[in-house]
Design a protein around this ligand. Structure first.
Ligand code: ACO
Length: 335
């Protein structure tokens, strides 16, 4: 049996910086409220005048990751694309990347698991490599939230949190024992689907019906989040996923060299840091700069941490996420 390891990492965020004060143009809010509740100072939102879309940002991040893996696009066997904000209802972003990067007619799969999307995508890629089916898989997490947020006071509880961006990893076959992805752990609890949801567009919420009703109170085309409910579940499930990953590999919390939590909210990450008694150097957060980029957040943070030299050979790196679905999970990596 083979193992898989990360051989290339890349990320891309749009140039357009939106500060908390900038949001005051659309809604009643304050820098103080946002920073105190979420830790976010600014986020990147696509400037609609640019070429950036979910798939375009994903392909830009992918290009960097492929280059850093010392591979070419022709060496990639499969694409996995995680997003909750695809450019089109169908097809998904994976096939768009295949086209944008002019890749051979390899398979492409979209993962629709919101904030846990990248964790799920890594796990799927790992299984394909472990079985020997593929050698090099491009795994992407990308989001264009700004295109679909409610930019008014009514939507402020959700809108201030989310940012746009993309990250990518190349996962490659390795025969080194005890290196690379040691295990992944995936969970869901669909009974809470409506606590963090975007109902439309879907087969239940067709646009013509909404247009005919022209109902200003119909918010089903904007994301809804029961913030405090999500918060409570997030801190429990995050912790469970990390413990499960450690136990599966006979490891202790003291063995963690770097934790990359999904950048949902700085307070959630700080709670987890305290619970696992990790120092500031053992947890990487960048939500202050980018907000919550859902499926892109873990891979953007992992790439930044690696670029800054915070991850060294043989380090134990733990990726963990929780989000809409609810879905949650972890990936345990020996670097
Ligand atoms: N600016 C100013 N005031 C605001 C804003 C805003 N942006 N948003 C809400 N408020 C107001 C509300 O209207 C409310 O006012 P009221 O008391 O007069 O009615 C007050 O602030 C408190 O609102 P709450 O929603 O109760 O605020 P809370 O303290 O719960 O903070 C938050 C909201 C930040 C969303 C918090 O619940 C949270 O962080 N939850 C976790 C959410 C999360 O992490 N989601 C992501 C995980 S999953 C994923 O990534 C998809």
């Amino acid at each position: 049996m083979y193992n898989s390891k990360i051989t290339g990492l890349g990320y891309y965020v749009p140039e357009n910086v939106v500060t908390n004060d900038d949001l005051k143009k659309f809604m009643e809010t304050s820098d103080e409220w946002i920073q105190e509740r979420t830790g976010i100072k600014e986020r990147r939102w696509i400037d609609p005048k640019t070429e950036d879309t979910t798939a375009v940002m994903g392909s830009k991040a992918a290009k960097i990751a492929i280059e850093r893996a010392s591979l070419t696009k022709d060496d990639i066997d499969f694409i996995i694309f995680a997003t909750l904000s695809p450019d089109m209802y169908f097809p998904g972003g994976g096939v768009q990347v295949q086209d944008l990067l002019d890749m051979p007619t390899i398979g492409a799969l979209d993962v629709r698991n919101q904030c846990s999307g990248f964790i799920y995508a890594m796990s799927v890629a790992d299984q394909f490599i472990k079985t020997g089916m593929y050698k090099n898989i491009l795994v992407i997490g990308a989001e264009n939230h700004s295109g679909g947020l409610e930019k008014s006071t009514r939507g402020r509880g959700v809108t201030v949190i989310f940012g746009d961006g993309a990250g990518a990893a190349v996962l490659s076959r390795t025969e080194e024992k005890g290196k690379g992805i040691l295990s992944s752990h995936l969970h869901s609890e669909g009974k809470h689907a409506k606590e963090l949801v975007l109902e439309g567009p879907s087969t239940q919420r067709w646009v013509p019906e909404i247009m005919e009703n022209n109902d200003p109170d119909d918010t089903s085309y904007y994301p809804y989040m029961n913030g405090q409910f999500v918060f409570k579940h997030a801190i429990t499930r995050f912790s469970e996923a990390i413990v499960e990953g450690l136990q599966a590999n006979n490891l202790q919390k003291e063995d963690i060299d770097m934790l990359i939590p999904h950048q949902a909210n700085l307070r959630i990450a700080q709670f987890i840091q305290k619970k696992f008694q990790l120092s500031d150097d053992q947890v990487y957060n960048n939500i202050m700069k980018y907000g919550n980029t859902t499926a892109a957040s873990v891979i953007i943070a992992l790439t930044e941490a690696w670029e800054k030299g915070k991850i060294k050979d043989n380090d134990l790196v733990v990726l963990a996420a929780f989000g809409s679905g609810f879905t949650w999970g972890s990936v345990i990596i020996r670097w």
